[in-house]
Design a protein around this ligand. Structure first.
Ligand code: BV8
Ligand code: ZN
Length: 272
């Protein structure tokens, strides 16, 4: 009997739910697919016009920024406006509720859109006393493996700050400059060919290695080292739950696979 939501069957959903709820130590690895239902195009979604003009592999690199910082900033400014115009979807909200409920949960995200953090803020809005403290504790367990698009950092010194203003890429002179040293500012994200932030990667691997279950949602599992994080859960005897309408290189290793969108599957898997 195939479950109307696309899983292998209601029993399978229940099994996966039990494994997640019973497990001490849960890691949730998310990719662009988790933000797709918020209206943010994924990286490998050929349908979306945005990628017809801009190729991530060509622009999300330090070489592209050195060669043509204006076009790179034009692309990021477009994406930043898109992110600011979007809302967290039920998948982000379910992850946020689970993070708030379970202090043994870590979210390792490849997404730079900040929607996990915003979903947390939305979820605690209704809280009264203790909301700020709960929010801070949960937010510290969201690990932005590839950085954050609504932050900038200096391409020379250690300046790093939140930055949501529109960026005018009309000329090199209108691009944002570092207030400390005057060098060009760049989006505070990890580009292809760049090392990830050491401490964030270490914490992600530590969390995965001690997790009983790793939920892998909305990622094609093609980008490394992010795609190797779930391997650490498997190596220490834990299980994978995959949420993705498509097959991925991790599918064969997943004990449960749900071929439905994250906004449908995550509330069903994570809510009490
Ligand atoms: C590094 C920030 C050391 C920028 C990004 C080992 C093996 C192979 C390759 C490498 C390797 N080591 C290094 C490499 C090279 C490279 C790499 O992995 N290349 C890939 C393309 C082969 N890795 C690196 O360069 C990394 N650096 O390793 O440093 C080093 C240093 C020098 C030289 C060598 C090594 C840095 C990688 C970080 C790149 N930065 N983002 C920005 O965003 O602008 S990556 C970018 O891709 C995003 O973060 C994105 O999240 C990420 C991965 O893509 P996904 O999230 O998976 O998104 P995608 O579109 O691919 O898939 C979406 C999925 O969702 C699909 O499966 C779809 O079916 C599904 N879906 C769709 N709708 C839904 C859904 N799922 C659920 N619900 C839905 N509704
Ligand atoms: Zn500087």
């Amino acid at each position: 009997m195939v479950d109307p939501a696309g899983g292998e069957g209601t029993r399978t959903w229940e099994e996966a739910r039990q494994a997640i709820r019973a497990g001490r130590g849960i890691v949730i690895l998310t990719g662009a697919g988790v933000s797709a239902e918020s209206g943010i195009s994924t990286f490998r979604d050929p349908r979306d016009g945005l990628w017809a003009r801009f190729r991530p592999e060509e622009l999300a690199t330090p070489e592209a920024f050195r060669r043509d910082p204006r076009t790179v900033w034009e692309w990021y400014d477009l994406r930043r406006r898109g992110v600011l115009g979007c809302e967290p979807n039920p998948g982000h909200r379910a992850i946020a509720r689970f993070l708030l409920e379970r202090d043994d949960t870590v979210v390792v995200t490849q997404n730079v859109d900040g929607l996990h953090q915003r979903a947390l803020e939305d979820e605690v809005e209704a809280w009264g006393q203790g909301a700020d403290e709960a929010l801070a504790r949960a937010a510290a367990r969201i690990l932005p493996l590839h950085g954050e698009i609504l932050r900038v950092r200096c391409s020379r010194c250690d300046y790093n700050a939140a930055h949501r203003e529109p960026v005018n890429s009309d000329s090199k002179e209108t691009l944002p400059r570092c207030p400390q040293c005057g060098e060009l500012l760049r989006p505070a994200v990890a580009w292809f060919g760049e090392m990830l932030e050491e401490r964030v990667l270490e914490r992600s691997i530590e969390a995965a290695a001690s997790a009983r279950v790793c939920v892998v949602a909305g990622t094609s599992a093609l980008v490394h080292p992010a795609a190797s994080v779930p391997q650490f859960t498997l190596r220490s005897g834990g299980s994978l739950v995959e949420v993705n309408p498509e097959e991925t290189p991790l599918s064969a290793r997943a004990r449960w696979r749900f071929r439905v969108g994250a906004a449908t599957a995550l509330p069903r898997l994570l809510d009490p």
